[in-house]
Write a protein that binds this ligand. Sequence first.
Ligand SMILES: [Mg+2]
Length: 279
Amino acid sequence: MLSHDELDELRSKKVFVLDMDGTFYLGNQLISGSLELIRALEQKGKTALFFTNNSSQSAAFYRRKIGQMGLESGEVPIYTSGDVLVYYLQKHYPGKRVYLVGTSSLEETLRQQDIVLANDEELPAGAGVDLVVAGFDTTLEYHKVERACAYLRRGAVFLATNPDLNCPTEQGFLPDCGSICAMLTAATGKKPLYLGKPYATTLDFLVRVTGYQPAEMVIVGDRLYTDIAFGKKNGITAVLVLSGETRPADWQKLLKADTDPTYRADYVFPSLAELGAVL
Ligand SMILES: [Mg+2]
């Protein structure tokens, strides 16, 4: 049971960053109480936004998906690790040429922001490519792996949208960006710089888009090594919901003394419904 003081701390926060899959919905199913949490945040004058590490689809795709679940389009801003990638490339590598290992949706996001892509060109291995960027590529083919490895061996910088090894779906686990990068690393010996949750570049991005500081933010999510670690590593209050990947029994195990402190959420709720009820 949470004390009044503890809840006051949570209630004093200004920005609630919500994970999507396993937190707001499961696959194509809205998790009961999710819409009520959004209404509660609106009523209290809080800023809500969605942030997902899944870079296989664009924010526009998620807007349509959430729209079908009853949330007005544009009501809550949606960002993906692909948006953090654009932010990072524009800030640190303006005008540089990028080879993308990603979906056509991520490619479209990069093109819209005038990132120069070398994917269409028949280049000799390594010629003129400054960076190799990997996302959650559900359209991965061998020739992309081959070219990416050639560019990395020739000295291209290696970036990746998110460290997740698997993406949970209704059909089971799909190998995610972290697993694709493990293959590229095995072949070349080069490791990527990851940008999504739990990494600090995502915090820089969120500070820029919201105008708020980490002490004013809350991250709410179902995955310990991305959502909760993002909060604990970056000075953001971390709320775990047990509606997705982390099961109640897992959380009981994590309360033991030898648990990695970056996995210890500040608050735990069964789902967004119970969080909404205490705000
Ligand atoms: Mg999740």
